[in-house]
Design a protein around this ligand. Structure first.
Ligand code: DO4
Ligand code: MG
Length: 298
């Protein structure tokens, strides 16, 4: 089962559910369930899986996912961020390629990425709040003082109560690589800005994802009518377990339900395909779907 959020003119935000391999989106919004975060919190309060809460809801309408999968437009129904996460956290250098390319390109401190790739403590960083996140088909941004901003296609997971994963989504950890490379102390500025984090299109609940460590992840960068870059990785190549990452995240650090963790990129996009205004970035992950976002410069 997948859950999502979408907008309907005159009604506003709606909560939807989809069954595996179906194009039908059922509107399950109610006075108690006004967002996917309400589903997460109800499941915690009632101590039952989200799937059970979803199945208890009355169906208020039916939509076609294909018709909802359009650029945000106030006059038409369209998909939104799948959750408004209280916080998004990122994991770094969890794939060998990310460590190698970052060490090759940094001018600030060679070897730091290789160190973190092998060290017991992972790299974790604060990534975004909901206000900095872009939903499906909405703009991701290049900050005004960056000339080398890249897409980072990543598998993300959503936390429920404590360290429990309730489901998976796609994240584009849009990053200003020129700022990161100048000096590692500039990492927060390279990672956190308006439109720095795309999430979506849905949250695939645990029942939908049999093995999160065996998912194909692909990324395409489309410029005009051309696919200028195409890359792939399988999540089996990740160095860390999600339990390990969550364990470090939650150490003496209060985390609210709905917090989303993005697990690092294994697809490193060559510098020549750094983002340009009007590019479209498409990231696809098996069992979740396709997250597509156009690019603009701030
Ligand atoms: O160390 C900097 C960021 C790493 C990162 O975002 C990644 O590996 O995906
Ligand atoms: Mg990343």
């Amino acid at each position: 089962m997948k859950i999502l959020q979408f907008y309907v003119p005159e009604k506003g935000l709606r909560v939807g559910m989809m069954e595996c391999d179906s194009d039908e989106v059922f509107d399950i919004t109610s006075s108690d369930i006004q967002s996917t975060l309400d589903l997460v919190n109800s499941s915690i309060r009632l101590k039952v899986p989200i799937e059970d809460i979803v199945r208890l809801q009355e169906i208020k309408g039916k939509f076609s996912y294909t018709e909802l999968d359009i650029m945000p437009d106030r006059t038409k129904p369209h998909i939104l961020l799948p959750i408004y996460p209280p916080e998004v956290w990122g994991c770094g250098v969890t794939y060998k390629r990310s460590a190698e390319m970052r060490d090759e390109d940094t001018t600030g401190a060679k070897g730091i990425y290789d160190y973190v790739y092998s060290a017991p403590r992972p790299e974790l960083f604060f990534k975004a709040t909901s206000a900095r996140c872009s939903g499906p088909n909405d703009y991701i941004c290049i900050r005004s003082d960056s000339n080398l901003t890249a897409a980072e296609p990543e598998l993300a997971y959503v936390l429920g109560d404590g360290k429990e994963i309730i489901g998976y989504t796609i994240c584009n950890d849009v990053s200003a690589w020129d700022i990161e490379r100048e000096n590692p102390l500039y990492l927060p500025q390279s990672k956190i800005f308006y439109g720095c984090c795309a999430l979506g299109p849905v949250i695939s609940l645990n029942s939908e994802i049999k093995d999160p460590y065996n998912l194909d992840i692909t990324c395409k960068i489309i410029r005009g009518d051309e696919i200028v870059f195409s890359g792939e990785i399988n999540s089996s190549k990740i160095k860390r377990t999600f339990d390990e990452l969550t364990d470090f995240l939650c150490r003496d650090n209060p985390i609210l339900p709905g917090t989303t963790m993005t697990t690092g990129t294994g697809i490193m996009i060559p510098n020549e395909y750094a983002l340009k205004p009007d590019d479209i970035v498409e990231i696809e992950i098996e069992g979740i779907g396709k997250l597509s976002n156009p690019v603009k410069k701030l």
